[in-house]
Design a protein around this ligand. Structure first.
Ligand code: AMP
Length: 604
């Protein structure tokens, strides 16, 4: 039978009865008052001998909730292992061990050991032989150590199952059962989980005695302080939309979740190529590579981590500003886990989803699941982004320290050189210098995302027929042999069309400008006329060439090559050219790319 925890009166850590050493450690960690999960769990752990089920997300302070009382009740005079903490990943294992070491900083003799796969088992066996009070383990490695007679659990009196739902998701049920069978029946068991599933309930039933259940936040719901936003974008514009979101949040620190390792690597590589401070985390990387990336992300040397769900499991980082769902996960439970990574420790967080029109019906399902409304947002326009970046940069400029004595001696010569420029001109030049590439991206490319329906009516199951059709059926995409390096921007394209079609108003759709060529959409009824007119035109003494563009291969949902032939080959050749251009550019730009721009790093 499960009983529910009574409401606890607000008590300070001092009033909870911690020893002076632990209180000192708590003070040094900067914890002023217990968080809700701690208010509930600590008194039970220090007082009654009862089992506990705590439904709490990561980030709610649950490690201290079980860790502080656990170190307090450990008998350091004994050499026996008294507590076992089981958790799903090696990273969490290390994190918990390091937190326990912080809590017990002033308890000299307490020995804590992390045991996990992928590290030397011999070292772990040696450490266990010396006697360990608290073992923090991943289930697989612990079974191995039990099998070798190195881990002895017959004196364990407290067992913590941390992130129990994750352990079950990872297939550790049998291992958990096997381990729990090893531990004497009189133990106390605590189970922490973000969600309550049937499997969790059955473990509780089998191994726990009259557990007290504590729910922090709503059961099976994501954290209260996470807002859920979504952007409706056509699949082909997702990457552009992602860049805009990143550009419009200069201080972003977030994880971008992709579905596959391949997609994760591709998106990360594109972001890196485009000068963002990003990297990839997925299962094709070696453990050492993954550790390096995670460490860089933890210490904020990376702003954006592109990751698969599996690879990101062990990464426990507070203060994330954003979770970006590049794709919605198939399993709604996974969405809960992803979004629960932001909005931690009382901070606000944003979970953003890029939704293609075909996925929009999933929104209401997720809303029901997380019991929070999803807000449809408009992708920031080029000018909004420029404005945000410039203001952000100006704020930094305002705050910059100018107390360096060393710069004094260089100033007179610089002043002399710039004497002819007034303040306004000087400012204009400094801003241009900082934002050249950045402004270029957005000055002309302000509204280049393909239009999708503005309103979200009809998304939530009503399925209004024809919504958004205008853009899919009535426009044709054309290729033109001019690009940005030819000084060819939307104004020039519009002018070229207008002047060669005798001023008739031809509706133009989406424009995609690339370096040496571009694409644009024209209303189907005018396609023949525009092709004929422009193929007889010149632009800056160059002969213009326009033809109907072949769809990009990835735009076919079924992946078929619909029209094998000349145009398709041309498209892939161009893509190849573009790729090698990019590589070439990347080599050239590698040095310059360390230039730090406000917020993100942008390539020059
Ligand atoms: P956890 O849920 O254990 O991952 O904890 C989330 C974060 O909250 C960690 O960074 C802890 O250091 C922090 N934390 C835990 N307890 C407190 C507290 N009482 N006051 C402030 N921060 C805390």
């Amino acid at each position: 039978m499960i009983t529910f925890a009574p409401l606890m009166l607000k008590r300070s850590f001092e009033e909870m009865g911690f020893t002076p050493g632990i209180l000192k450690a708590i003070g040094e960690l900067g914890f002023e008052m217990p968080m809700p999960v701690q208010e509930n769990v600590i008194p039970l752990m220090l007082g009654e001998e009862c089992d506990i089920i705590a439904l709490a997300q990561t980030g709610t302070g649950k490690t201290a909730a079980f860790g502080l009382p656990l170190v307090q009740v450990t008998d350091t005079e004994s050499d026996k292992t008294q507590s076992l903490i089981l958790c799903p990943t090696r990273e969490l294992c290390m994190q918990i061990t390091s937190d326990l070491a912080d809590y017990s900083k002033y308890m000299g003799k307490l020995r804590i050991l992390a045991v996990y796969g992928g590290a030397s088992i011999d070292n772990q066996i040696r450490a266990l032989k010396k006697g360990v009070h608290i073992i923090v383990a991943t289930p697989g490695r612990l079974i191995d150590l039990i099998g070798r007679g190195a881990a002895k659990l017959n004196h364990v009196s407290s067992v913590i199952l941390d992130e129990a739902d994750e352990m079950l998701n990872m297939g550790f049920l049998d291992s958990i059962n096997e381990i729990l069978e090893e531990i004497p029946g009189g133990r106390r068991t605590l189970l922490f989980s973000a969600t309550m599933s049937n499997e969790i309930a059955s473990i509780a039933k089998k191994y726990m005695h009259n557990p007290v259940e504590i729910t922090i936040g709503t059961k099976n719901a994501t954290a209260e302080n996470v807002s859920h936003n979504y952007y409706l974008v056509n699949s082909r514009d997702k990457y552009k939309a992602l860049k805009r979101l990143a550009d419009s949040e200069p201080d972003i620190y977030g994880i971008i979740f992709c579905r596959t390792r391949k997609e994760t690597q591709e998106i990360a590589s594109m972001l890196i190529d485009d000068g963002y401070n990003a990297d990839a985390l997925h299962g094709d990387l070696s453990q050492a590579q993954r550790d390096t990336v995670m460490q860089k992300f933890r210490v904020r040397n990376l702003q954006l981590l592109v990751a698969t769900d599996v690879a990101a499991r062990g990464l426990d980082v507070d203060d994330l500003t954003h979770i970006i769902n590049y794709n919605l996960p198939d399993d709604l439970e996974v969405y809960t886990h992803r979004s629960g990574r932001t909005g931690r420790a009382g901070k606000k967080g944003i979970s953003v989803s890029l939704i293609s029109p075909k996925d929009r019906s999933n929104i209401s399902q997720i809303e029901r699941k997380v019991k929070r409304p999803f807000k449809m947002m408009k992708i920031p326009s080029g000018s909004e982004i420029c404005n945000k970046q410039l203001i952000h940069w100006a704020k930094k400029l305002e705050m910059v320290e100018t107390e360096h004595k060393e710069i004094e001696r260089y100033l007179p010569e610089i002043e002399e050189r710039l004497a002819g420029l007034d303040k306004e001109e000087l400012l204009r030049r400094v801003v241009s210098l900082q934002f050249d590439k950045f402004l270029d991206d957005y000055r002309y490319g302000g509204e280049l995302l393909s239009p999708v329906p503005e309103s979200d009516e009809g998304f939530r199951g009503k399925n209004k027929k024809g919504a958004g059709r205008r853009f899919e059926g009535e426009y044709k995409r054309l290729f033109i042999n001019l690009g940005k390096t030819d000084g060819f921007f939307p104004e020039q394209l519009i002018e070229l069309i207008n002047s060669n079609t005798r001023g008739r108003k031809i509706p133009i759709g989406k424009i995609d400008l690339l370096k040496t060529f571009s694409f644009f959409e024209i209303e189907s009824a005018h396609v023949a006329e525009v092709i004929e007119a422009l193929n007889n035109a010149r632009f800056n003494d160059r002969k213009v060439s326009v033809e109907i563009a072949q769809d990009r291969p990835e735009e076919h949902a079924d992946g078929r090559d619909r029209e094998k032939g000349k145009r398709k080959d041309k498209w892939s050749d161009r893509r190849k050219d573009k790729r090698s251009d990019r590589k070439e550019g990347k080599r050239k730009d590698r040095k310059q790319r360390v230039v730090t721009y406000p917020g993100l790093k942008h390539r020059r």
